[in-house]
Design a protein around this ligand. Sequence first.
Ligand SMILES: *[C@@H]1O[C@H](CO)[C@@H](O)[C@H](O)[C@H]1NC(C)=O
Length: 290
Amino acid sequence: MKLVPVVYPVLAASLFCTGARGTVVLLFQPAEEAGNGAKRMIRDGALENVEAIFALHVSHEHPTGVIGSRPGPLLAGCGFFKATITRKAASAGSPRPSVDPVLAASAAVISLQGIVSREANPLDSQVVSVTSFNGGSDLNALPESVVLGGTFRAFSNTSLYQVMRRIEEVIVEQAGVFRCEASVDFFEEEDMIYLPTVNDDRMYEHVRKVGADLVGRGNFRVVPPMMGAEDFSFYSHEVPAAFFYIGIRNEAVGSIHTGHSPHFMVDEEVLPVGAAAHAAIAERYLIEYG
Ligand SMILES: *[C@@H]1O[C@H](CO)[C@@H](O)[C@H](O)[C@H]1NC(C)=O
């Protein structure tokens, strides 16, 4: 058994199993929150000869020791956009002083609301939010350009890329209506698009069985999908995967805050349970699928 420990500080560990030669690879999660470490790990060969992958993530929503997951899409895919809306260059002979990028950008913001509410299948959850809008600070003149941006989320790769295409179309065309032009940046080169995290049915079932045996049937929960995103998603698109949560909630020690809160802390009672879950999932995978 070969062990390569790669764990992301306190929050989660990802565990790789390869069947044929009985090799287990442990993987830390470098640059998970920003920078899309998983994509680089895959590029550097982390998934070579790997046939399945499992990840454990702490959750303040469940009592310490409870294990939870769900089959299929579990976490959303996520991306960001930044659009620059500018007056079309006017020729010196015919200036168009009333071309207004603020109005064009405002119309774009309103039209973007229609992507989810009017175009998406209501059963396929999606989000488009404009979170930033900036036309400078001059109170007495129209700006040359307005920069607006935000985030979008979806539970399938197809929906994520469809939303992304529509964000660009809506902004560019809405800008055109007001005689402006627009360009939209999705930060693709900076690896800012995270795919949805999708659990493989068989790997989910494996985690459910092993988890229930480990912590008791009553302590395994089927959890709802969440709009958060994870770079584990990139592994889940390459090999059969299961991402699961382990509870850390314990009012007595104060471990009741989300992982992104400055008050976040772990109930350390979870450590042996998490280690045992990883070990049991790997061991039984090798026995049952190896
Ligand atoms: C996601 O969809 C895009 C656009 O259709 C495609 O280029 C990409 O390969 C897809 N990625 C995966 C992992 O399916």
